[in-house]
Design a binder for this molecule. Structure first.
Ligand code: GAL
Length: 677
């Protein structure tokens, strides 16, 4: 199904920024609590709440019986308290009456088992009943609140696809067939695209085509890939239907839905981004990762890429621990502020949370909130109030963009294709390849946009360096864009196992990598993955892990050679001059230090400098720009004091930076910069 051109974005409209607030679920509480909520929101400096994300059974307790009395009161209370509303549609959690009355709308797993009610997202995105009932409740909401002055944004559903992305029920099968007819035109073309001559899979009627459920052996990869595309699109159709309904009543009010960029694999957010008025994103730290602030940066850099460089909004993160990881480690003092400012540094025009008041029952009662169980006499609350004051003090950065010179290509289809089964090695994982490259940049203090692999050469021309980690599936347009970009003087680094198959997971003809042979000036004779935990040595003293290739230079210059392993004596790193630019290829997964070295060389050659040279390990520095004005965000993730070179004034402490600025262990600053002269 085609994606419409971008909406005439109403952008941020009347949304206050920097935005500060969170999900507000008043239906969990007695009405007496609501007044206290608004008072404490004011005390903390909250300026926006997302209302009603899971409120369906509150506003439609029985089928066709709507009751907005509670929501009306809350809307008025918030309005009179000066708190703006991001009004959510409740479609992420249909009530029990829905499942009872429309059991065929419950999702089905790949083994053909219907899932039951009792959690959330208990629906099939292709169910007619789900779409009809959603439209009814959304229309009621839109009619009632579209013109309410407090409602400044609409929030459709919640984290689409999070729990129900792949449904295998009869409605999904029928919708999948229609989607395939639209994509492929004829059954003959589908047979061709899916390579069904293999294993006697030729279809002679559409009725034989199903989602790739549970099968005796491995499933056709092209069928899987199309099912993943379809599943993302089916959810997108649900979003679009709701959005269009809202826009009929509130055409001027921005509409969004919260993405899970960087942490959720199954929704192709690059297809979704043109459909929202502003990109909003949810991010939660992985407690077990000591460098989880780098994972945070990846999610933020991808959100900015989705927003095409414009400001986006951190819709959800946590004030402290979550409840859904094995060990839910609380944030350390100061971490909430650093996390929030890291998102703002990377382009979020605010910091919002799940959720305002910590629940006392249900699955999420052990998830932190802005107002914890212990109320205002808690460290958590004090830090929330501090954050409100900080965002207020830094409000002048709203609307600015982020300084960056490097693009890192990301592609959801390649992600899905690379991580399917029956690949050369289970160790080659897309997300970990991208993370390793992104981490190396983060450590260098270089900010990158994570952008769609479908960028044109013109889109890429604003970057000095383009990184292409393991882009296994590649379209001709991407190869053409990279070639034109390089010819025009751009620098590119390509990681192993890139440009190997087309959009149907079909190996490109001739030697590998079919899509990039000419650009890279090489051919690959054979992919040579290593045994578990094996490594190879290279002649520059570095080490490669789990993957090697037998590469022959065809115009490229060999820089580094494998000294042992199956590709011993052959090239491991090569570069190729193309037009006025340079492209480099790495045929293994380097250990971290060697990857740093490879990327440092590429950064130097491309003329890319860190945001603040010499900021020191573990000190994050990112700059936002607006015309002649600039702000330097500095976050000290270490337990040592840090010193950075800069001139200006810290919006947080009022401290002057006259050439250098010192930051306490764990400290944060937002320096309004003055030029050194
Ligand atoms: C998000 C979700 C919220 C809440 C939160 C807990 O994924 O949108 O509703 O469940 O996780 O971390």
């Amino acid at each position: 199904m085609p994606v419409d051109p971008p909406r005439s974005a109403s952008g941020w409209g009347r949304i206050p920024r920097l935005t500060f607030g969170g999900d507000y679920n008043p239906e969990q509480w007695d009405p007496q609590v609501w007044k206290e909520d608004v008072r404490l929101m004011q005390e903390a400096g909250v300026n926006l709440v997302t209302l009603g994300v899971f409120a369906w059974s509150w506003i439609e307790p029985e089928q066709d019986r709507f009751d907005f009395s509670g929501m009306d009161q809350v809307v008025e209370l918030l309005h009179s308290g000066g708190i703006r509303i991001d009004l959510a549609t409740p479609s992420a959690s249909p009530p029990p009456w829905f499942s009872e009355n429309f059991p065929e709308a419950l999702p089905m797993d790949q083994y053909g088992r219907r899932l039951r009610h009792g959690s959330r997202q208990a629906f099939c995105a292709s169910s007619g009943a789900y779409r009809e009932r959603t439209a009814m409740v959304v229309e009621q909401l839109a009619q009632r609140y579209a013109h309410h002055p407090a409602v400044v944004m609409w929030h459709v559903g919640n984290e689409f696809g999070g729990y129900n992305i792949h449904c295998y029920c009869p409605s999904s099968a029928a919708a999948f067939r229609s989607w395939l007819m639209h994509r492929h035109g004829s059954l003959e073309d589908l047979n061709q695209a899916w390579g069904t001559s293999f294993w006697s899979q030729r279809y002679s009627a559409w009725s034989q085509v199903y989602p790739p459920g549970s099968t005796p052996g491995r499933v056709n990869p092209a069928q899987q890939l199309d099912f993943y595309r379809f599943s993302s699109d089916a959810q997108l159709e649900c979003y679009r239907a709701e959005r269009d309904l809202i826009s009929r009543y509130a055409p001027q009010t921005p509409v969004t839905t919260n993405f899970m960029a960087g942490t959720f694999k199954w929704v192709d957010y690059f297809r979704w981004a043109p459909e929202v008025d502003l990109v909003s994103n949810d991010h939660y730290l992985v407690a077990a990762d000591p460098d989880n602030h780098i994972g945070l940066a990846l999610s933020a850099d991808l959100s900015r890429g989705l927003a095409a460089g414009r400001p986006w909004l951190l819709m959800e993160h946590s004030t402290s621990a979550v409840q859904w990881q094995p060990r839910n480690v609380a944030k350390r003092p100061g971490e909430l502020l650093r996390n929030s400012l890291a998102h703002v540094a990377r382009g979020s025009d605010g910091a919002c949370f799940f959720q305002w008041r910590q629940s006392d029952s249900g699955v999420e009662k052990w998830h932190s909130a802005m107002l914890p169980h212990g109320g205002t006499a808690t460290r958590n609350w004090r830090e929330v109030k501090q954050l409100g004051a900080v965002l207020n003090a830094a409000a002048e950065v709203a609307g600015s963009t982020v300084e960056r010179e490097v693009a890192l290509l990301w592609d959801y289809e390649s992600f899905w294709a690379l991580e399917m089964d029956a690949r050369p090695s289970v160790d080659m994982r897309y997300a970990s390849e991208v993370s390793a490259w992104h981490r190396a940049l983060w450590k260098q203090g270089v900010t990158c946009d994570i952008v769609s692999a479908n960028m044109t050469a013109a889109d890429l021309s604003s970057y000095r360096l383009v990184l292409v980690p393991s882009l296994y599936l590649m379209r001709q347009s991407t190869a053409d864009a990279l070639t034109a970009y390089t010819q025009a003087g751009g620098h590119v680094v390509v990681g192993p196992f890139s440009g190997v198959v087309d959009a149907q997971d079909r190996v490109l003809p001739g030697s590998y990598p079919g899509m990039l042979r000419d650009l890279l000036g090489l051919r690959i004779d054979e992919f040579l993955p290593l045994a578990e935990n094996a490594a190879v040595a290279l002649d520059d003293g570095s080490v490669g892990h789990f993957w090697t290739e037998r590469v022959e230079a065809r115009g490229a210059t060999v820089e580094v050679t494998f000294t042992n392993g199956p590709a011993a004596g052959g090239p491991a790193v090569l570069h190729h001059r193309v037009g006025r630019g340079l492209v480099r290829y790495a045929a293994t997964r380097f250990e971290a230090a060697a990857l740093d070295g490879l990327l440092t060389r590429a950064l130097d050659e491309a003329g890319c400098a860190p945001c603040v040279p010499g900021a020191g390990e573990g000190v994050e520095a990112v700059r936002r720009l607006n015309g002649e004005r600039s702000w330097l965000f500095v976050l000290n993730h270490t337990d040592r004091p840090a010193r950075i070179d800069c001139h200006g004034v810290d919006l947080l402490s009022g401290g002057e930076a006259d050439g250098s600025f010192s930051l306490a262990p764990g400290g944060a600053a937002v320096i309004r910069e003055q030029s050194a002269g």
